[in-house]
Design a protein around this ligand. Structure first.
Ligand code: ADP
Length: 482
């Protein structure tokens, strides 16, 4: 049994903006089941404090002359102990973890997460006398990237693991920020936190963690190549021996069409004929023409280039002339929000675009749709295609990252050998997207084959069971090599 400090900037159901929230809200539970003594460290955002009832004060300290308390609570619905870094000066304000209510990144975002990192380091070194010192510190994405770097300066330290959920977000700041944050000068060099004259939080993880993981085996290979590495292929190649890919699991209780509390019409593999009732219910809810036979394509996503908007938008005119309905729920870059809303306005019978973040609606779209659109340019793991598989909603994906690891194309061969569970684009292009959707629509007209594909999709296992075991083994390996 290892003591694991798991650091994240979000964790469902306390706070979530994307996939990291889902992972940090479910992997610690799976680790606990594997007898790991795990503590989840999170910033005490107001949204988090509003959701918890019992809290216990554990320690008082300060960073950058700002008072900080470490308080203890539980991850709702589980026994996972959560330690919150409560620093009102930087966290107690309305807005998201990374941006204000207008989507603008926080001016003091570097300070916010430097404080999270300092608290993690103090816990890791037992400086706060919490009566619990981790064997392993597991960091996630750039927000906790300074932790392995700062810990590397101490000889008696826990092992460090750094997980890349998305290499595109790197926490890059001016050199002045390095000075302002009083970071140790020995970390400022090209093999350290410096990234072409700037400070990179992410590099702290990539350069200093004992072990690096990504959230799918395929993405672990891809990031060694310039196309997917965001400039880090050199460093990552050097670290290749310490990099591995562990596929994300999903919370199979929360994302279960048989018990989903947000669905009026629950269904499972054996009662798949009930799935269509979710489609007609959603059509009513969203004022789309009610028609149980029209194929529906769903998408729930951050509206950013990564998610394939550059090939989706040019396809829309052609797609919307076909007999189908498209439902898109998302928020993101304003120009995508505007363009999509304009298309929806022009084609009210075919396209619904809901700009916003809406967890219950996300579940209803998964259940209602026949197909799920996710032609990402890159995708470290991707969770929505996994939710789609579980809901018998066949994903249409690009052949990258975790999408390639989890979606098996409905080629004739794969249909015949009973493995096909979705549709994979030949390449990331509008032509390929349209051809793939066309193929999906053709198969949709063959109910027996479609039903088989849905059954294949719903039979896959995406529990945390195996992946949590891989993390436990990796912790052990990191400890043995320390
Ligand atoms: P990423 O982490 O890159 O955003 P993932 O597919 O790994 O993509 O995870 C996205 C998670 O965020 C999923 O749980 C998805 O349902 C959720 N999500 C994204 N946008 C929205 C939204 N507008 N409303 C509700 N849930 C959303």
């Amino acid at each position: 049994m290892s003591k694991v400090l798991y650091i994240s900037s979000e964790a469902f159901p306390l706070i979530k903006t994307g996939g990291l929230g889902d992972v940090a809200g479910s992997l610690p539970i799976a680790l606990l089941k594997k007898s790991q003594d795990v503590r989840l460290l999170l910033p005490a955002y107001p949204e988090v404090l509003n959701k918890i009832t019992k809290i216990k004060k554990l320690a008082i300290t300060s960073y950058y002359d700002l008072p900080v308390e470490i308080v203890e609570t539980r991850l709702p619905g589980s026994n996972v102990i959560v330690w919150l870094v409560d620093c009102p000066a930087v966290f107690d304000r309305p807005g998201g973890p990374y941006t204000d209510n207008h989507g603008q990144p926080w001016d003091d975002i570097a300070l916010r997460f430097a404080i999270l990192c300092h608290a993690a380091v103090d816990i890791a070194l037992n400086n706060l006398q919490l009566n619990w010192q981790p064997d392993v510190v597991h960091c996630n994405d750039w927000q906790s990237g300074l932790v392995p770097a700062l810990l590397s300066l101490h000889s008696k330290r826990p092992a460090t693991v750094f997980t890349i959920h998305n290499l595109a977000y790197q926490g890059i700041f001016k050199q002045q920020t390095f000075t302002d944050l009083h970071l140790p000068i020995e970390l400022w060099h090209m093999d350290g936190l410096e990234y072409y004259g700037q400070l990179s939080f992410m590099k702290g993880g990539l350069a200093y963690a004992d072990k690096i993981t990504t959230v799918s085996p395929n993405y672990a290979r891809e990031i060694l190549e310039p196309e997917f590495s965001f400039g880090f292929d050199g460093l990552l190649k050097q670290r290749a021996a310490d990099i591995s890919g562990i596929i994300n699991g999903i919370d199979e209780k929360y994302w279960n069409p048989g018990t989903d509390k947000y669905l009026e019409h629950k269904y499972n593999r054996r009662s798949l004929n009930k799935k269509v009732r979710n489609k007609t219910a959603l059509q009513k809810e969203l004022s789309l023409p009610v028609d149980d036979s029209i194929p529906m394509i769903g998408m729930v996503s951050r509206l950013v280039e990564q998610k394939g908007l550059e090939i989706i938008l040019p396809s829309l005119e052609t797609l919307l002339a076909m007999p189908l309905q498209i439902v898109i729920l998302g928020t993101g870059e304003t120009h995508y929000e505007i363009l999509l809303s304009e298309y929806a306005h022009k084609h009210p019978e075919r396209l619904k675009v809901i700009i916003g973040y809406n967890e219950p609606l996300a579940h209803r779209i998964e259940a209602a749709s026949d197909m799920y659109l996710m032609p990402s340019t890159f995708e470290p793991c991707g969770l929505n295609q996994l939710y789609s598989l579980r809901y018998g909603t066949l994903p249409i994906v690009n052949n990258v990252g975790g999408l390639a690891d989890t979606v098996i194309n409905s080629s004739e061969e794969n249909i015949n050998n009973g493995t096909a569970n979705g549709f994979v684009l030949k390449q990331q292009s509008t032509t390929s997207l349209l051809a793939t959707i066309q193929r999906a629509l053709t198969l949709y007209q063959k109910p027996e084959i479609w039903r088989q594909l849905q059954t294949n999709a719903m039979s896959g296992s995406f529990s945390w069971q195996t992946s949590a075991e891989h993390y436990v083994n990796l912790y052990q390996q990191a400890l043995n090599e320390l």
